[in-house]
Design a binder for this molecule. Structure first.
Ligand code: GTR
Length: 918
């Protein structure tokens, strides 16, 4: 008992010793947040976040409305500069913050701190800024007088309401909003997490991408049958969409719905006997009426949601139709909606410069509507450079100069998928280039990887799949940080990011900096590789899966996308140019392939070194760190795989001039080394990744076709690369020994299939030298690839093709392929070859690739490349857009149309080296 009493006494003494300071501490940590009555939901949201941060730092927080006087204790006042009482407290700041700006100041305010926003978003950002500072230092800042505002006016991300594969019997981008298609779309908790993260990054816009969202979201009185979801889903959609728009608005985020033209819903198409989308369709009145009314209904129902318009892909190419559609259907649709609401303000409309002549469209649209924005892809569908130039930069500048705001679209990152990317340095320089080179002032950001698979990443995990939102935090954070302010000083940025990384992985600042270094070294690898060796900036190429030798030595045979080289990198040389100059002993210009070979090898090594250095010090989030580390090893293996392959390719390109087999022999060990690195990549990814690319349709072509979600892992591709090496060895051997020299391959002579033509008036001609190819000109064949010489072509009028396009109707009992000759020229009179970068349907008939290149020589005309269009048995129609092309015959679908270069061109023969690897 005595002992108990003694203990109790001791305890009481101890308590009393600590009591007074503790009480004092609590006292000084009491704080009141005062807000003006009837404030906007954004301010409530900001105050809520601020309260949370204060409480976390140990403050006792109370909130109360302003009633004429301020409390005597520690107080934070949150309001708008437009309010007289707030303005008074702010004094008369000489630099009043602009749109979305704020002041945080305790200047001359004793125990008061003021957060004054230029507008509701500004007040929100002021609260978030203060909350961040409290989080960092665990206390309220003192002697603060901060004025800030964002540099870019729109800062947004996008989410694809789309899937990795097409739905049965549906076209590209055709996904209705249903819980079956998109379970995540109905997950409110996930939305809140995502919106919170956007707000935390000070993003103010969120774009939803879909082909035709209207039939999932609105009913049009005149077209009730167009809705393509059942009643229960429709209700759910209304509910979740309103929730999303409202929650976004609370966070200062403007929701924007994207759509493609001209796509209609399936029930609408069926009822009106139309296709849901048709690249070659002109404007049809009933579709125009339906679309206009759908847009009006949408604007009426969701007046605070903006619209993002793609005037292309599913609409007859660039031209008057685009202008008419925008000015006579879309803008009037928005205006109808506003009129029905009695509104006179104009919600913003964003016009994408994709597959359309945006400057021309804007010229006609501007007088009709005032709140217009433009948007164009920053580096195509990839991340390649912060030194853009050339014609693509010209387009951006033209759009910026219109006087409306130009938004930079960091589109699908086809060369970054699926590895982690977080080079703050590269990203900052890109945002700077957006301003200085392009004259733009807004950002639209795609997910770093797995766009088509939102919300998941490609990581293979034991349990739950990772979310992009979590995994790619640094991607979102870096772009939005520089969208807010691109001019931040580099030395402080290194500190900032090192601290972020040190906190995330529980290591000291120095090791945080090592992690940053790994990100930044690896961050140059994919951009450099694609811009120097790639075929395209489009997502038809998955760069991390590697490239075939034939693609490196003859990229022009794979639909080389010239913008990649003339715009989307620093000035430099392609491999073929480099090889030619070397052979001719001419001097080189700018970034050469050899420079990139050397630089990616070094960067791969440094990235691995840096991540290894950090490795031992990591104490937090170890599993994620291990994944990041593995990615650095992947970057290194990929860099070397490409570098050694490019070295091999340069020897092969030299052989083009030297005809010396010794050059090919020098390529062999380089190719072997490249394959060894690829095998490393297979090992590193086998258990860590589900796929390399999230678009898993036949639209994927490079390195090989991605039909039916195949060929999407490194392991699947390995046999292909092994085979190209074996073939190369064999072909070198056969070149070396004349006895075993390749036998001249038998020439396949293609034969006409049995087909009944239903076009009236068209005549045929024998496809051979001397024959005239058009009904209205004298142009005649001079030389023709031997395979084609037995076919009958269809003689068409060149003039008519230019004016109206080409349609061939026929009946066939067995599947067939139509051989179409495209003139290899960018001149507007010629029909452009199928191009997946601007037309996602460009491989619907298997027509994307060139089969026989330079197949026909006609005096005065460009060389002709043959593509084939496959049709099932039945009544068929081949529809081509406006422009001159040749229909060279129809053969059985299983006929073997060889893939090669016949070299028949008025400019002389072009050497094709692809056979070396076949
Ligand atoms: C296409 C690309 C699509 C889509 C489209 C666009 O060429 O393949 O995935 O991104 O461009 O820009 O809308």
């Amino acid at each position: 008992m005595k002992l108990f009493n003694r203990c109790l006494l001791l305890l009481l003494i101890l308590i009393s010793c600590f009591h007074s300071p503790l009480q004092a501490q609590v006292q000084s940590k009491k704080i009141t947040i005062v807000t003006l009555p009837k404030h906007h939901a954004r301010i409530s949201y900001g105050v809520q976040k601020l309260t949370f941060a204060l409480k976390n730092a140990g403050y006792l927080v109370t909130e109360r409305p302003y009633k004429g006087a301020l409390p005597s204790g520690n107080t934070i006042i949150v309001g708008l500069l437009t309010d007289a009482s707030i303005k008074k407290l702010a004094g008369s700041p000489n630099n009043q913050p602009g749109k979305e700006g704020f002041i945080i100041s305790d200047n001359g305010l004793k125990n008061k701190l003021l957060i004054a926003g230029a507008d509701n978003s500004g007040a929100l950002y002021g609260c978030l800024e203060l909350a961040d500072r409290i989080d960092l230092n665990k206390k309220l800042p003192v002697n603060i007088n901060l004025h800030d505002q964002p540099e870019m006016v729109l800062r947004g991300t996008c989410i694809g309401v789309q899937k990795p594969a097409l739905l049965p019997a549906r076209g590209t981008y055709e996904y209705s909003y249903t819980p079956q298609n998109f379970p995540w779309f109905y997950d409110k908790v996930l939305w809140i997490r995502y919106l919170d993260s956007l707000a935390h990054n000070r993003m103010n816009s969120l774009y939803l991408w879909n082909g035709h969202p209207f039939a999932s979201l609105v009913r049009v009185k005149e077209y009730p049958y167009a809705v393509e979801v059942d009643d229960a889903t429709f209700k759910k959609n209304e509910e979740i969409y309103s929730f999303l728009a409202e929650e976004a608005d609370k966070r200062g985020i403007w929701l924007i719905q994207g759509f493609y033209n001209i796509i209609v819903s399936k029930p609408f198409a069926e009822k009106n006997n139309l296709k849901t989308q048709d690249r070659n369709r002109h404007i049809v009145p009933v579709i125009a009426d339906y679309t206009r009314k759908s847009i009006a209904a949408f604007v009426e129902k969701y007046p605070h949601v903006g619209l993002l318009i793609t005037l292309g892909e599913a609409m007859e190419g660039v031209g008057q139709d685009d202008i008419d559609w925008f000015t006579q259907t879309i803008i009037p649709g928005v205006k109808d909606g506003l009129k029905a609401l009695g509104r006179t303000d104009e919600p913003p409309i964003v016009l994408r410069a994709h597959d359309t002549d945006a400057p021309a469209v804007m010229k006609y649209a501007k007088p009709l509507y005032h709140n217009l924005y433009t948007m164009a892809k920053y580096n195509g569908e990839a991340l390649t450079t912060y030194e853009p130039h050339g014609p693509w930069a010209d387009l951006h500048r033209t759009l910026s100069n219109i006087g409306t705001v130009q938004i930079e679209n960091v589109h699908i990152l086809a060369n970054l998928e699926p590895f982690r990317y977080g080079s703050a340095d590269f990203i900052q320089k890109c945002v700077q280039a957006m301003h200085t080179v392009y004259g733009a002032n807004a950002l639209h950001l795609y997910p770093q990887a797995s766009y088509w698979d939102w919300p998941y990443t490609a990581d293979k995990t034991d349990g739950k799949r990772l979310l992009q939102l979590d995994r790619d935090w640094i991607w979102y954070k870096a772009w939005s940080r520089y969208a807010w302010d691109s001019k931040r000083d580099r030395a402080s940025e290194i500190n900032y990011w090192s601290k972020q990384l040190a906190d995330k992985y529980g290591c000291d600042q120095a090791h945080g900096e090592a992690i940053l270094k790994a990100y930044e070294q690896s961050g140059n690898i994919s951009p450099e590789l694609l811009r120097r060796f790639g075929i395209t900036d489009g997502n038809r190429q998955t760069m991390t899966l590697g490239m075939l030798m034939s693609q490196l030595v003859n990229p022009e045979k794979y639909g080389l996308f010239s913008l990649l080289y003339n715009s989307e990198g620093p000035v430099g040389e392609m491999m073929s140019e480099y090889a030619e100059k070397e052979w001719k002993q001419q001097s080189h210009i700018g970034e050469t392939p050899v420079k990139v070979i050397d630089s990616v090898i070094v960067q791969g090594e440094k990235a691995v070194e840096a991540i290894d250095e950090a490795s031992a010090q990591v104490t937090k989030d170890k599993v994620e760190f291990a994944r990041l580390k593995n990615d650095m090893y992947c970057y290194n293996a990929m860099a070397n795989n490409y570098a050694y392959k490019a070295k091999a390719a340069l020897w092969v390109l030299r052989y083009k001039y030297s005809d010396n087999v010794a050059d090919l022999e020098k390529a062999l060990p380089e190719l072997q080394t490249s394959l060894d690195y690829y095998k490393q990549l297979v090992k590193l990814t086998e258990n860590t990744y589900l796929y390399a690319n999230s678009m898993q349709t036949k639209q994927r072509k490079i390195p090989v076709g991605g039909n039916d979600a195949k060929m999407k892992t490194w392991a699947e591709l390995l046999p292909v690369y092994q085979k190209e090496l074996d073939n190369f060895k064999r072909n070198i051997d056969s070149l070396k020994s004349p006895q075993t020299q390749q036998k001249q391959k038998e020439v396949v002579v293609l034969k006409d299939a049995l087909v009944r033509f239903e076009n009236s008036g068209s005549s045929s001609y024998q496809v051979k030298a001397g024959e005239v190819v058009f009904s209205d000109t004298a142009a005649a064949i001079k030389n023709i690839a031997k395979e084609l010489a037995a076919l009958k072509g269809i003689k068409l009028s060149k003039g008519d093709q230019q004016k109206n396009g080409t349609t061939i109707s026929f009946k066939n009992d067995r599947p067939v392929k139509v051989l179409v000759g495209f003139f290899n020229s960018k001149m507007p009179q010629y029909l452009p070859e199928p191009q997946l970068e601007t037309d996602a349907s460009a491989n619907d008939f298997g027509q994307a690739d060139i089969k026989i290149a330079n197949a026909i020589q006609i005096d005065g005309l460009p060389p002709v490349n043959i593509h084939t269009y496959t049709f099932k048995a039945g009544s068929n129609k081949l529809t081509l857009g406006k422009g001159v092309a040749l229909i060279l015959g129809i053969v059985d679908a299983d006929a073997n149309v060889p893939v090669y270069d016949a070299g028949l061109s008025n400019e002389g023969n072009i050497k094709d080296l692809r056979w070396l690897f076949n």
